[in-house]
Design a protein around this ligand. Structure first.
Ligand code: NAD
Length: 292
């Protein structure tokens, strides 16, 4: 069994990005600048957004963190987005989700200039992704493509089963893997909470992408030998033996499934670290597009 090591792969990608930034600096060109907007004080969201800002600094990007209070109105947030849209120094920006209930998430995502939408959530970019046109592929599916590519996993002609149909992971993943592209050309089955006899479907899969958010959902008896497993799930499960009181658990029963798998991502250290690396990659891409 080979571990698909997202921690190492993401470190490699970040080192490559840092080299490209150093080259831009050498040529006196503009270096990438990512801005992140966060509304409110949600602990997990603050952790994620701070990790993104820190990752920017490490590769030599400029970064700006815009912290807004929980009481920020939808109009105020839209104003902030309008400013970022026209700020020539900012190449890309993200609005950390989830937003407080009084703000319409879809309205906010629609307001972001698609050319600066490095999360790839704007309907224009989702549409381009569906048509296999150049765009910003949202970071988690992008990271999974990159991980499969760097480990030389053959996807062409394979049976891929995606579990979970969210807009940020399962749906785009199923579209991408079915497309005519290097990591693609697969026969994809997109499964979800209404899928019947899921085990019968997963048992036929050569590759399984589990993105449903139920800890250790995929058991050993649900997969065939030599399957490739990508575990997207991250759930905090209470654990008094840990300093912070919890541990992170994936959607795959790792011990059982890894005995049958040819390749498998660990949790943590699999898909998670890849997500931040690909956000950086999208920001570099945004900067290059503006430089050219
Ligand atoms: P979500 O929570 O929006 O949706 C869950 C999906 O799972 C739904 O489409 C639902 O139909 C499906 N589902 C639920 N129960 C099911 C069942 N019994 N059988 C089959 N399908 C079922 O999904 P999400 O936002 O993609 O998150 C999924 C998991 O991935 C979560 O643990 C989340 O924390 C994690 N995640 C990780 C990263 C990362 O960077 N590693 C990024 C995004 C999400």
């Amino acid at each position: 069994m080979i571990l698909l090591d997202g921690k190492k792969t993401s470190a490699d990608i970040k080192a490559e990005i840092a080299l490209e930034v150093a080259e831009l600096k050498k040529q006196d060109k503009k270096t990438p600048h990512l801005a992140a907007v966060i509304v409110g004080n949600d602990g997990a969201s603050l952790t994620y957004v701070n990790a993104k800002v820190k990752a920017c600094e490490r590769v030599g990007f400029e970064s700006s963190l815009i912290r807004l209070s929980e009481e920020t109105t939808e109009e105020e947030l839209l104003n902030e987005i309008a400013i970022l849209n026209i700020d020539k120094d900012i190449d890309g920006f993200i609005v950390q989700l989830p937003l407080p209930d009084h703000i319409d998430e879809q309205k906010i995502l629609m307001a972001i200039d698609p050319d600066k939408d490095v999360d790839g959530f704007h309907p224009m970019n989702v549409g381009k992704l569906a048509l296999n046109l150049p765009t910003f592929i949202s970071a988690t599916p992008f990271g999974i493509l990159e991980l499969l590519e760097r480990y030389n996993i053959e996807t062409s002609g394979k049976n891929v089963v995606v579990i979970g149909r969210s807009h940020i992971v399962g749906s785009p993943m199923s579209i991408l893997l079915a497309q005519k592209r290097k990591i693609g050309n697969a026969t994809v089955t997109l499964t979800h909470s209404r899928t019947q006899n899921l085990s019968e479907i997963t048992k036929k899969a050569d590759i399984i992408i589990a993105a449903l958010g139920i800890p250790e959902f995929l058991k050993g008896e649900m997969v065939k030998d030599n399957v490739v497993i990508v575990d997207v799930g991250i759930t905090r499960v209470a654990d008094s033996s840990k300093k912070n009181g919890f541990r992170l658990v994936g959607d795959v029963a790792f011990n059982e499934v890894s005995e049958k798998a040819s390749h498998i991502t660990p949790v943590p250290g699999g898909v998670g670290p890849m997500t931040i690396a690909m956000l950086l990659k999208n920001t570099l891409l945004a900067c290059e597009r503006r430089n050219s």
